[in-house]
Design a protein around this ligand. Sequence first.
Ligand code: C2E
Ligand code: CA
Ligand code: CA
Ligand code: CA
Length: 281
Amino acid sequence: AKRAGKAQWRRYQPSLHTPMLQQQQLRADLEQAIADEEFTLHFQPLVELGSGITLGMEALVRWQHPQRGMVPPDQFIPLAEETGLIVPLGLWVLEQGLAAAVTWRDLRPERPPYVSVNVSARQFRTTGFADEVMERLTAAGLPPSGLLLEITESMLLRDDEQAWTHLATLREHGIRVAIDDFGTGYSSLSYLRQVSVDVVKIDKSFVDGLGNENPHQNALVEGIVKLAQTLDLGVVAEGIEEPGDHAALHAMGCPYGQGYLFSRPLPGEDAERWFRENRAA
Ligand code: C2E
Ligand code: CA
Ligand code: CA
Ligand code: CA
């Protein structure tokens, strides 16, 4: 038993040790990164599937680390949530996203694009969050239709008075709210009846392979689309990579989509070019 324990120790220790040190380092770097403004936003088009028109763009944060290069959000967002740094970072994302939307609206005033901003649970639980969003929106000179907020379902499953109040306040002001990654949490379809949001984003894990016509998968996604429409919600399918997935979604009446098929997330300048060029019209 002793031996086995030792062997285990030897096997596990190095692999545990390194990431932990790295995590601590990353955490320290993250704090500095906010001060040094090492973050940047990329923007991914949200497309009307029938017409191909880009209605808006989702802001996705990137960290350009001086030594490590581009650190993907999955590696630092959870850390930023843990440390609370997501609150200042989230406000920065909001401000930069709104500024981008102002530019796009000048480029395409006949159909003003909106910016979609991801909001973490931690931000939604912060006192005064709804007011801060409204302040930034007003300061940017954008109408509420210029902003959409993406939250995850788990956020509203918690019995959190503060989050629910923020949600209600923002929607009263006319800001639309989407449930992100729908289908990956614990909630059932009936959950959609209880929460008041405006848009459902079907997680990419359900979208991947739709073109292969797996009857169960297609029935499931079609069920979400139909129910959302019955409830007067917008539906966005995430992660559309294949023309076949696009066709299947269009055939089942899914109105909106997003994915590499249309575009990867674009640096700011390319997002502007996207609206300047014809394909965005
Ligand atoms: P998300 O909100 O679900 O964003 C969609 C992710 O899927 C993005 O990854 C996007 O680049 C990727 N994606 C888009 N189309 C496709 C596709 O066709 N195929 C595949 N395989 N992937 C696609 P990204 O940019 O790495 O972001 C990962 C996650 O990090 C986001 O997932 C979101 O949860 C979080 N995140 C990003 N920016 C922010 C932010 O500003 N604030 C907060 N709180 N979270 C953020
Ligand atoms: Ca999102
Ligand atoms: Ca998502
Ligand atoms: Ca996600």
